[in-house]
Ligand binder design. Structure first.
Ligand code: HAM
Length: 421
């Protein structure tokens, strides 16, 4: 039997992990700068959280959840998204008693049973932010701008699409007219089923013949009340003032039930069908729906795997750093102690564990992208010296062993506490 990855999952090997780390570092620095606190929720939750929070008639709940029964016969689900769990935590820990608005960011794997293809996985990673406790249009602007800044910092061109899906009353009217419109038109079985439960979800259907039926459908912008229209105008005004370009698209309803008013997506034209790099919106009713006090909120999640696809090939060239200890078997133990002495001071140093020849050790130093080789052979040690070769310039110098640690620290620019200077 050969063992393979489960379908739709992937390994993140060291080179990709370096890119992943860069994306994560950017997310952390930016979220921190904007005043968002890191939050982590479990990878699995009780299934009802998503059924209720994300919505029974959504694709996620209907078709995509990884749900299982544990030994205690409870139904659990690997989280398909992060917003419902964060709202659950917000309510469970009564975080609404703290200063509002609350700002959180998160980072981690999500799970959806979707048909895998380039940019679409069954385990994928999201970076998300959520702001709870304010209805201000500037909250929507802040969240959208944060995402915009994130892509700019990573030098990824995206376009921003925004829409206003109004309040529950607006959507009730809109759903009514969608129902009338689609009633006389042929739709797939799924859509016919959705039409009865939540006609908005028909808009998520990717089936080409259903898509064709949508061409002349009524659009939500005709059903927006004055208050929701004013809120959205203020959001657009804020984006304009901050020079964030956007395109309005009244078809952008998003595939999760919790949204109201502002919805948005960051798009790319470089990934074919999987063109959404991230999305979000307002969800003013979710906290109450999950048992908390009425608390407006807005947030987004970005797909890290898709970003990584766009960025691969643009990795930083491997930077040469650290030392490789070159030695011989006869003095291996003595040399190894020097390596540990240096490691204790925060120096990155590696040495041969495979009995390689001196030449092969130098080759390995090069392949490992080390900047320097530290040669501690029997001759050097007998003289109370070591030799340091710069693997970029080829220059070599001798250093007395009693000053070796300081010399190495100087070269690497490493302070005594191990942090970079
Ligand atoms: P979402 O649109 O379902 O929103 O997912 C956000 C992003 O996650 C997508 O735009 C995409 O980049 C990425 N993504 C989704 N599914 C996959 C997949 N199967 N493979 C790879 N990437 C994927 C949410 O999840 C909401 N919780 C966002 C939000 C936060 N709304 C308010 N706050």
């Amino acid at each position: 039997m050969d063992y393979r990855l489960p379908r739709g999952t992937r390994d993140i090997l060291p080179q990709q992990a370096a890119l992943f780390r860069r994306i994560q570092d950017t997310a952390v620095v930016l979220s921190d700068m904007y005043g968002y606190g890191e939050i982590h929720t479990p990878i699995f939750e009780y299934s009802e959280l998503f059924q209720r929070g994300v919505g029974e008639s959504t694709d996620i709940v209907e078709k995509e959840m990884y749900s299982f029964q544990d030994r205690g016969k409870r139904s659990l689900t690997l989280r398909p998204e992060g917003t419902a769990p964060i709202v659950r935590a917000f309510v469970e820990h009564k975080l609404y008693n703290e200063a509002m608005p609350a700002r959180y960011y998160y980072w981690g794997p999500m799970f959806r049973y979707e048909r895998p293809q380039a940019g679409r996985y069954r385990q994928f990673w999201q970076y998300g932010v959520e702001m709870l406790g304010t209805l201000s249009p500037w909250a929507d602007v802040e969240v959208i701008k944060l995402g915009w800044d994130f892509f700019a910092r990573l030098d990824i061109p995206t376009s921003l699409v925004v829409n206003n899906i109004g309040c529950a009353d607006d959507r009730a009217n809109y759903k009514q007219s969608l129902k009338q419109y689609f009633n006389s038109r042929p739709l797939c079985d799924d859509c016919n089923n959705r039409l009865g439960r939540n006609p908005l979800r028909v808009l998520d259907c990717k089936n080409p013949s259903c898509q064709q039926q949508m061409e002349d459908m009524p659009l939500i912008d005709q059903y927006i009340c004055t208050e929701c229209a004013q809120h959205f105008d203020a959001v657009l005004g804020g984006l304009e003032a901050l020079d964030v370009p956007f395109e309005r698209n009244p078809r952008l309803v998003r595939g999760l039930d919790y949204y109201n008013r502002t919805t948005f997506e960051y798009k790319t034209d470089k990934l074919g069908a999987q063109d959404a790099l991230g999305g979000g919106g307002r969800y003013d009713g979710l906290v109450e729906l999950l048992g908390g006090p009425s608390t407006p909120a807005v947030g987004f999640a970005l797909g890290i795997d898709r970003l990584e696809l766009l960025m691969s090939g643009k990795e930083d060239p491997a930077i040469r750093r650290g030392f490789w200890l070159v030695t011989m078997e006869s003095v291996e133990n003595q040399a190894a102690l020097w390596a540990y002495k240096l490691r204790d001071r925060g120096v990155s140093i590696d040495f041969d564990l495979l009995g390689r020849s001196i030449k092969a050790q130098f080759r390995q130093a090069d392949r490992s992208n080390c900047r320097w080789a530290l040669v501690l052979g029997p001759d050097e040690l007998a003289k109370g010296k070591g030799a340091i070769r710069d693997l970029v310039t080829g220059q070599q110098e001798e250093v007395a062993l009693d000053g070796l640690v300081e010399h190495v620290l100087n070269l690497e620019g490493v302070k005594a506490n191990g942090t970079d200077t």
